[in-house]
Design a protein. Structure first.
Length: 102
């Protein structure tokens, strides 16, 4: 059984006991989170929502918060002596999928 869930404007394919990284959430570590279910597949039976599937709930637990790898943003304009170097680390939250149930 798997489901397509939505969090932070992005969609993820999840099954029970999966660990996924989503955009940063404000919940504390150990909190339970309910995710919006867009599609559910259970032994070949596919149920798609419009936009969400009625009656299905995906429960997840916040495992950790962190920051991703650093990327370098370098802006450069030739012949103008303009250079700007900047780093960025995107914050994320790790979720463990506990259950997908009706």
């Amino acid at each position: 059984m798997f489901a397509i869930v939505q969090s932070g404007g992005k969609q993820y394919k999840v099954s029970e006991n999966d660990v996924i990284s989503v955009e940063k959430l404000t919940n504390a570590v150990g909190d339970k989170v309910k995710l919006d279910v867009l599609l559910v597949s259970d032994n070949g039976n596919v149920v798609a929502g419009n936009p969400f599937v009625e009656g299905y709930v995906c429960e997840a637990e916040v495992v950790a918060h962190g920051k991703g790898d650093k990327i370098v943003v370098f802006k450069y304009k030739p012949k103008k002596n303009e250079r700007k170097k900047q780093g960025h680390r995107q914050p994320f939250t790790q979720l463990k999928i506990l259950s997908i149930k009706k």
